[in-house]
Each structure stands twice: as structure tokens, then as C-alpha cells.
Design a protein around this ligand. Sequence first.
Ligand SMILES: [Zn+2]
Ligand SMILES: [Zn+2]
Length: 579
Amino acid sequence: MKYITNKDIARLFYSIAAAYTVKNGDRFKIVAYEKAADSTEKATSELKDLWEEGNLDSVPGIGKGIKGHLDELFKTGKVKHFEEIKKDLPPAMFDFLDIPGMGPKTAYILASKLKLKNIADLENAARNGKIRKLAGFGEKSETEILASISQFKQKVNRYPLTFAFPVAERIVNYLKQERYCYEAIPLGSLRRMVATVGDIDIAVSSDNPQKVIEHFKKFKENARILGAGPMASSVVLKNGMQIDLKVLAQDSFGALLQHFTGSKNHNIALREYALKKGMSLSEHGIKFHGKIYKFKDEKSFYKFLGMEYIEPELREDSGEIEAALKSKLPNLVKIGDIKGDIHLHSSYPIEPSHDLGTGSLEAIVKKGKELGYEYVGLSDHSPSVSNHSKQQIVDLIKRRTEVIEQIKASEKDIRILNLLEIDVLANGELSVPEEGLKLLDGSLAGIHSSHNQPRELITKRILKACESPYVNVISHPTNRLLLQRDSSDANWQEVFKVCVKTNTMLEINAWPNRLDLPDILVKEAIGAKVKLIINTDAHDTAQMDNMEFGVSVARRGWAEGKDIANTLPWLEFSKIFGV
Ligand SMILES: [Zn+2]
Ligand SMILES: [Zn+2]
């Protein structure tokens, strides 16, 4: 029986939620399966392994009923009850769910009415104008479906950085248990901390490659060995990712690292520069006047070329070589510079428009102290506007404020900001009336609906939020979801200008599939003198550890400590909020 990965399980749960949706089934069940799928995707261990160890209970969001189904799945490879539910639905509709933006009902109509068998059929139907003939569809739907399919094709075998990073970390830690593994470092886009990465490549320095490769082949997450030579090996992990290992002697390790870290564009530009000086570069070293010079580390490699060491995050051929030659590279912000996190969701029952967090207000404060922070901002979503009157919203905020004031009074080791993450509604209004905003120390404002509005409207919404004296931060400004949803379109230069004028910060949101602002906009925002802030948007205290991913985005955007507001000590930071 094929190893059942978390990806398979999440897909299965989503398909059951979709089947219930199409059949107008129990809302409660739909939500339960969507939650189970979500927590399976986020799980750091394979559920199959946890099940074997009897530790399935450690995964949150999977109830007793679903656990029973998993038991059957792992024992027999299928779940009778699931097959029953899906029996009378066209199988292709479940494949269509992998296409970004495709909902269960649309997938069902397309698959059943047009008798489609797979995504290739769907693509043909859209190309040949067959979809516009269905009720409720038009030419525009065909264009959108084709665009989504091309997006889907691009994302196959790409993973969010935040998913790949811990996998690579586990492999590196495992490799280091072998005493002949002197160094183990991920290569390529992962080392450069690009928001999405493909396969994982790892370089090892060793003078006994065979020992390292034998050890690597025994890694417990391996599903299959694809190949192993004297200096390299490839495996596929149980989670479906491919890992390539390269082993090299210590004395040439620097050139190898440099060569395979990329980016391609950086290396091309570097090679051109080197050629002018009569040098040629390769993974083995630098050839100069007929002799190959070897390098133990990258620092000496770049030094030989007559330039400053370039951090991997900067290697994109976006001016870093020129800067390195003039010793003008930025002094990049580091995780240790961060003194607080102010986008944190708790389980406080504020009856919000979006998800509650799982940890209490107190638990967040405690975790903030563990991380050595000087301050945390408690920023739950605001009460939902559809279920509450303005007065009810104010009353809910009042009650929460009283609770937070008590926590503040009892805390000496860390400062606390009473914030909310408020919605910038589709019409540009904020989701909290002024009377409610006045009760807070400040707020973050974010777009949580109608992300696809035209550029002009999105820009207007953001600008309006910036203009409010109660809004300090625009959260996840582009609203992208990596590999799922593109960025909202906005006039960013205009947004930057107004941010500077109104003292509004733009957030670098470290939530695993946001990493938003994207690095390119980070660099532009810094150029426009906008203040940035890095937050985790944690909905669980454990997610407060994601800060390093936000820092990596900032670094890729050339950010120094002075560009990031939450590198400021409390005394200065608090002035922004006037507290
Ligand atoms: Zn948000
Ligand atoms: Zn949030």
C-alpha cells in the first residue's frame, strides 16, 4: 500500500467537505472536515507516523469521528463512509478543487454538465467556448478558469518556504549526527529564503562522503531512494518532497555553496564581472592565470573577487554586486533585533468576523516573555459587523479592554498594547465605530474581503485606512496567499506616500502562507521611507515562533534594523501609539 501523506489526507478531507457542500449537507460537518484538512496541512509530523505511535491525539482539530475514519484509512487504504458520500458525484470535480479559486459547487457543475474527466478536459472545454454555454457562466469565466489552471500548473511541486524550512532543518540536524558531516547547509531558493521553494538541495562538507550518504539513506522520513553515487544522493520523503544531497571536501566547500545557492541571475552577473578581471568561476573554485583557487567558505570566495560578502537573501542581481564592490551593502535586520510582536490573535470571545486564536490573552503575554520581547500587542479581529449593532461592537470592546487593563496592571516584565485588527470593509469603512477605536491603544487595519476589487478601489480602501488617526498599521497589505491567491492590485507608490504622510506602518506579515508585504515591495517601501513592522499574525502561541520568516522577507527586501519599527525599544516604540 502506498504511503499516505498529510497532503493526501488533507485533500481527502477537503473532498469530503466539498461533497457535503454540493449536497447541501450539514454545515457543522462541512466546517469539521475543512478544519481537519487545515490542521493536517499544518501538522509538522506525518499523521500516519503519529497514528503508528498512538499519538494522533496530538493533532488539534481532528475529532473522534474523523479519527475513527483515519484509523480505517491507515489500516485498509480507504474509508467506506467517504466512498459512500462521494459515490454519486463525478470524480473529476475533486481534482478541480486543486485549481485556485475553484469552489465545490462550480467544480461539480462543470464536471457533471460537461462530463469532464480531468483538468486537461476542463482546459479544452474553456478553450473551445463550451463553458460559456452553461447557465451562470460566460466568456469571462472561461478566461478566469484558464488563468487559474496556468497558476495551478506553476505551483505543482512548489512549497511555501515555511513548509520546506522545517523539513530541511530536520534533515540537517539528522545529518549532523554523523561525525563525518562537518557542515550541512541547504542550497538554492531555500537558502535565499524565497517565499516559495521547489525541491530541497543540501550541501555537506565531509572527507568521508560514503559515510554521510549511507547515513542519509537511513533518514526515517525517507520513502524511496532515487539514486546514490559516491558524492551525491537523491531521495523522496514520505511527504512527497525530493531531497538532493551533494557532498564535497572541506577545502572547496565555499565555491560549491556559492555556486548552488544561486540565484541564477546573481551568478550570471558575478561571472560577467569576474570575466572582466580575467577570472572564471565554477562550483570548484575560481580559475585565475591558469590556476584553480579553492575556497573553504563563501567569505573568502567573495573576498577573492574584491567585494564584501553578500548574504544569500540578497543574491538576486538587484544591485547587490555593485553595492558589495563599494562596501555599501545594507546591514540587514536580524531576528535578534526584534523586540516585540503586535499582531497576535487570542481566544478571547469577542465574537469576531474571522478566526479566533487558540491561546488566551495571558498565554500570549507569557509566550512574549519567553521570546524575550519588551512588548506584545493583543490584536484580535474586531467583532463582526454583520451580527452586531455599533453599540454592541463598542460594548464588546469595552469588556475586552477591561480584561486587558487588568492583565497590564499585573505585568511588570513586558508591556502590552490593547489593539484590534479591524476590517477595511468593501466600501472602505472601518469595521469599528470611532467610539470603539478610542478605547484602544491603536489598531491594525486589514482587507479581509473583496480582495479582487479593481486597483483603484483597493488603493482607496488602503488610503482611507491610513488616513484614520486610529490606524497604526496596515496588516498583510497585498492579501496574497502563497500558491493560492494572488496579491490585490493597488497603486503602491501612492500608498507609500500616504503611509509616510500619515505615519502609518506597513506590515511584513510572517504568517506561513502570507509573507506579505512581498520582498520586492519591501525594498520599494524602504526606498520611499515607509516604516515597516514585522508581525507573526499568530493564531496560536506556537506560531509566534514564525517571526524568523518575516525577518527573512525583510532581509530579502534589503531592510536594516532602522527600517523596522519593532526593533525599537519600548520607550521609543510606545511613542508611535501615544501610550
Ligand atoms: Zn488579517
Ligand atoms: Zn490577523
